[in-house]
Design a protein around this ligand. Structure first.
Ligand code: ASP
Length: 458
């Protein structure tokens, strides 16, 4: 018999069907057993008479079973509004054990917040059976699907860019990958696809997006992971308002379609200058909510181009951002100039940031100089971009969103680990697989031209 989903049993009253899943719970009630069967669509209550079904009393939580039986309407007073199948139950006629399970090291009922998180991460494949995690993964998919549909309708195409690449400055440390074929040479994993997406604009793509995996070797916090996903975008022939209008429409619609229970506080989203945000709220990502249940989106605009630190200047966003100044002013008064940078803020979290880019190679070079790069260094690091900009570059700009941070706010989670299938601990360990691993063959290291220092040699 072909298996159906638990949620579809409500349409099959009076019929004999087959369902499959995990034993969520099993409890004796007088002479009969109540088995709650869990599959990806929800839970179904199954009534089992141990006299009719062999070994029914052996069944334990998390065993994987197939049950064949008749779907029956529940009496009015037994209806359970909490579950999708609450109006029906099944009377078991046969139970086939597909797989037995040991007693799991953590329970799957409830939201799991009281369980030690290291245990949850070590046994993630069990943890993601819980309803909250199933919902988070499903909503993550629905949001990604929505963004893909929306951007496709607006003329964007998704283009994948390399993960084995060269360092791009986004302000964090790079993860390096040794090259076997080029002794002593390393790739860097991308902190973002920033340069590639700009090169796609030189390539005439005009409207690009990508769900891009980004890698930043920095200390992990509640809203950060070493490896995370950005919804990354770039557009040609646009000004700041074109980008912001599109982003605003996209976020209003994703909330309406995927998170319809949520209410946006203010539309259009307020646009606040960086200066005002700092003066009034003391933060460049102000939380503008009046009460807890709202979604308070805002754009923060007109950031300073540079930030002064002990050794000189740093780009507030990144060096590819267009300064609102001439070459002379950039060189003379770096601390005074502002930039065409914008952030999207939601409930006090920065969920996205981007800018209109410098497409004039002379301006780019002036910015690199303020940042303290020597001429040869600029050539070595960014020669490809400066060269590309000699061959017909359209004015362009873009933005990237931290996909997990957005989901964390929309799903009322306090940590981005809760919206990722396989996250890492605060110190960058993957507990389930045991990563990173020292278990590397000597030969493999040799092939990579790597000599690992002992602790006391470092
Ligand atoms: N690459 C930038 C970032 O990751 C976003 C952008 O400028 O589009 O923050």
């Amino acid at each position: 018999m072909k298996r159906i989903l638990n949620e579809d049993t409500v349409k099959k009253v009076g019929e004999k069907v087959s369902v499959c899943g995990w034993v969520d719970s099993i409890r004796a009630h007088g002479k009969i057993l109540f088995l709650d069967l869990r599959d990806r669509s929800g839970v179904l209550q199954i009534v089992v008479n141990p006299k009719e079904i062999n070994n029914a009393e052996d069944l334990r939580g998390e065993w994987v079973v197939e049950v064949v039986g008749e779907v029956k309407e529940r009496p009015e007073n037994m209806i359970n509004q909490e579950i999708v199948t609450g109006k029906v139950e099944m009377k078991a006629e046969a139970i086939k054990i597909l797989n037995q399970a040991e007693t799991p090291p953590l329970h799957v009922a409830g939201d799991g917040k009281e369980i030690n998180e290291e245990v949850r991460m070590k046994y993630r494949y069990i943890d993601i059976r819980r309803r909250r995690m199933q919902r988070n993964l499903r909503k993550r998919h629905e949001a990604a699907h929505f963004f893909r549909k929306f951007l496709t309708k607006k003329g964007f195409i998704e283009v994948e860019t390399p993960n084995l690449t060269k360092s791009t400055p986004e302000g964090a440390r790079d993860f390096l990958v040794p090259s076997r074929k080029q002794p002593g040479a390393f790739y860097a994993l991308p902190q973002s696809p920033q340069q590639y997406k700009q090169l796609l604009m030189v390539g005439g793509v005009e409207r690009y997006f990508q769900f891009a995996r980004c890698f930043r070797d920095e200390d992990i916090r509640a809203d950060r992971q070493a490896e995370f996903t950005q919804l990354d975008m770039e557009m040609s022939f646009v000004e700041r308002e074109d980008v912001l209008d599109l982003v605003e429409e996209m976020f209003i619609k994703v909330v309406e379609e995927v998170f319809p229970d949520k209410k946006i506080k203010e539309k259009p989203f307020p646009r606040i200058s960086h200066e005002k945000a700092m003066k009034k709220w003391g933060s460049d990502r102000p939380d503008l909510r009046d009460n807890e249940d709202e979604l308070a989106f805002a754009f923060v605009v007109d950031f300073p181009m540079f930030e002064k630190f002990e050794k000189g200047f740093r780009a507030e966003h990144h060096p590819f951002t267009k300064p609102d100044a001439s070459i002379d002013e950039i060189k003379k008064n770096p601390e005074k100039i502002s930039a065409f940078q914008y952030d999207l803020v939601l409930n006090g979290e920065e969920i996205g940031g981007g800018s209109i880019r410098s497409h004039d190679p002379d301006i780019l070079e002036a910015v690199f100089e303020v940042l303290g790069h020597e001429k040869e260094e600029i050539r070595a690091k960014f020669g490809h971009l400066l060269d590309a900009f000699k061959y017909g570059v359209p004015p362009h700009g873009g933005i990237a969103f931290g996909f997990e941070r957005f989901l964390m706010v929309l799903l009322d989670e306090e940590n981005i680990r809760e919206v990722m299938a396989f996250p890492k601990t605060g110190d960058g360990r993957g507990l389930m697989m045991g990563t990173p691993s020292k278990n590397i063959e000597k030969d493999q290291l040799k092939e990579l031209h790597i000599n690992v220092l002992e602790d006391d040699e470092e």
